[in-house]
Design a binder for this molecule. Structure first.
Ligand SMILES: [Zn+2]
Length: 143
């Protein structure tokens, strides 16, 4: 087992920001019925920056670990940058021969292992898809 995979297991056991924050600007719930995964994301946005991203939910290892990695990775990201990164990671996860985006962490790269089990890709993708929808929702209500 490589370091990235070990870290994913750690994220599953001790998820990062796995709570509903007192302060939140926007939330979105994403569901993957095929596996029974459900993730609610809560974003704290200040001055076009994703100060913190929290999540609550239940799901399989890949779903929870992926949500935890996402929340850690997106902390203090500028909104446009977060949107761009989500898009790049999702393209890579969903395309069978896609290249991993540059500069992503070992944990994110380890998520790519899911590509050998195509039916489970929606599990790893769920939180990222959720953040994409959350940001869309934020930009719509902000304007
Ligand atoms: Zn799942």
């Amino acid at each position: 087992m490589n370091q990235g995979t070990k870290n994913l297991l750690k994220h599953y056991k001790f998820p990062f920001n796995h709570t509903v924050p007192a302060q939140k600007n926007v939330s979105f719930t994403a569901v993957n019925r095929a596996c029974g995964d459900q993730i609610a994301l809560y974003a704290v946005v200040e001055q076009h920056t994703l100060k913190e991203l929290f999540f609550q939910g239940k799901g399989c290892l890949y779903c929870i670990a992926s949500a935890s990695v996402l929340c850690q990775h997106m902390k203090n990201k500028e909104l446009q940058e977060a949107q761009e990164e989500v898009k790049n990671v999702r393209e890579w996860l969903l395309e069978s021969d896609g290249k991993p985006p540059e500069g992503v962490s070992e944990e994110i790269l380890a998520l790519g292992e899911i590509k050998t089990y195509p039916t489970r890709i929606p599990c790893a993708d769920l939180a990222w898809k959720g953040l994409e929808e959350l940001l869309k929702k934020y930009f719509l209500t902000e304007k």
